[in-house]
Design a protein around this ligand. Structure first.
Ligand SMILES: Nc1ncnc2c1ncn2[C@@H]1O[C@H](COP(=O)(O)OP(=O)(O)OP(=O)(O)O)[C@@H](O)[C@H]1O
Length: 258
C-alpha cells in the first residue's frame, strides 16, 4: 500500500533519513521504532508532504506522493495524529472532530454562502460521522466539552478521532501513548487494534512504548541515525543484535517485554 524507495531527507548537514526503503502492506499495523532522533517523525512528515525528500520515491496505492500537497494527501486517504496534540483547545470536542471532516466536504462556495440543501446534507453527514467516531472512542459524553478541560489522554483520543473523520485508508499515529498513564495506554492499545479490525485501516505507528509495539504490531521497522537497521515481525526484531545495540541505554524498554 505504501512504499518508501531509497528516500533521503537532509536538513543542512544532517541526514534525517538516509536511503530508506520499506513497504507497508494493506490492512496491517506497521510500527516504526528507534531511538530519539532516528528519523521516524521525518518519515511521517514526508508522507504528509510537510517535507520533500532530496531523493527517492514515496508511493501510495500506486501513486507517487511527492506530486501532491498536504491537503491532497488527506484526500488520497492518509490521515495522521500528531506527537504533540494539535487541537483547537478553546473549541469543543465535537467542533474539533468536525474540522477533520473538512477535506471530505464538497466545497461549492455558492452552496455554502446560500446554505443550499447540498451544504446542509454535507454538514449533517459530518455530525453523524462525528457521533460514530465518538462512540467508537467511547467518549460520546465528552462531545460538548471544551478540549482544554480534558486530560492529556482524552485529548490524544480526540486527536486520533479527528484523523478518523477523514475516513482514511491509512492512519499515521505519532507516539499515541506518550505521556499516558497505564489505563489510558491500555485504552489506546485496544483502539489501535480496533482501527485495523473494525475500521479496516492500515495503521502506521511510531511509538516508544515497546510493550505496546510488540503487542499490537504485525511488522516493525527499526531505524537508527536515519537508516533502517532491522525489519520483520515483532519477535524477530526484538532479538536482533543490531536492534539491541541501538537501544543500549534504553535496554529496559526491551527487557520489559522479553
Ligand atoms: N525541520 C527540521 N530541521 C532541522 N532538523 C530536523 C528537522 N526535522 C527533523 N530534524 C532532525 O532530523 C533528525 C531526525 O528527527 P526526527 O524528529 O525525525 O526523529 P524521531 O525518530 O522522530 O525522534 P523522536 O523519537 O525523538 O521523536 C534529528 O536529528 C532532528 O533534529
Amino acid at each position: 500500500m505504501l512504499t518508501f524507495r531509497h528516500v533521503t531527507v537532509t536538513f543542512g548537514g544532517i541526514r534525517a533519513i538516509n536511503d530508506l526503503s520499506f513497504e507497508v502492506p494493506k490492512g496491517v499495523i506497521y510500527s516504526l521504532i528507534g531511538p530519539n532522533g532516528a528519523g521516524k517523525t521525518t518519515v511521517f512528515n514526508c508522507i504528509s508532504r510537510f517535507y520533500t525528500p532530496m531523493s527517492g520515491e514515496i508511493v501510495f496505492n500506486g501513486e507517487d506522493l511527492n506530486k501532491y500537497k498536504p491537503h491532497q494527501v488527506i484526500r488520497k486517504g492518509i490521515a495522521r495524529s500528531f506527537q504533540n496534540v494539535e487541537l483547537f483547545k478553546k473549541m469543543t470536542v465535537m467542533d474539533n472532530l468536525l474540522t477533520g471532516y473538512h477535506p471530505r466536504m464538497k466545497k461549492n462556495i455558492v452552496s455554502i454562502a446560500l446554505n443550499l440543501p447540498a451544504n446542509r446534507a454535507s454538514e449533517r453527514n459530518a455530525v453523524r460521522k462525528a457521533h460514530e467516531v465518538l462512540e467508537l472512542l467511547n467518549i460520546s459524553h465528552l462531545a460538548g466539552e471544551e478540549v482544554s478541560n480534558l486530560s492529556f489522554g482524552y485529548q490524544k483520543m480526540v486527536d486520533i478521532g479527528r484523523a478518523m473523520m477523514a475516513d482514511p485508508k491509512m492512519i499515521l499515529l505519532d507516539e499515541p501513548v506518550a505521556g499516558m498513564n497505564p489505563v489510558e495506554t491500555e485504552r489506546i492499545s485496544h483502539l489501535i487494534v480496533q482501527l485495523k479490525k473494525e475500521m479496516g485501516y492500515t495503521v502506521l505507528l511510531i511509538e516508544h512504548d515497546m510493550s505496546l509495539v510488540m503487542k499490537v504490531s504485525d511488522y516493525v521497522t527499526v531505524m537508527n541515525f536515519g537508516e533502517k537497521i532491522a525489519e520483520g515481525q515483532p519477535k524477530e526484531v526484538q532479538n536482533d543484535p543490531a536492534v539491541i545495540e541501538a537501544y543500549l541505554g534504553e535496554v529496559d524498554s526491551f527487557v520489559k517485554t522479553s
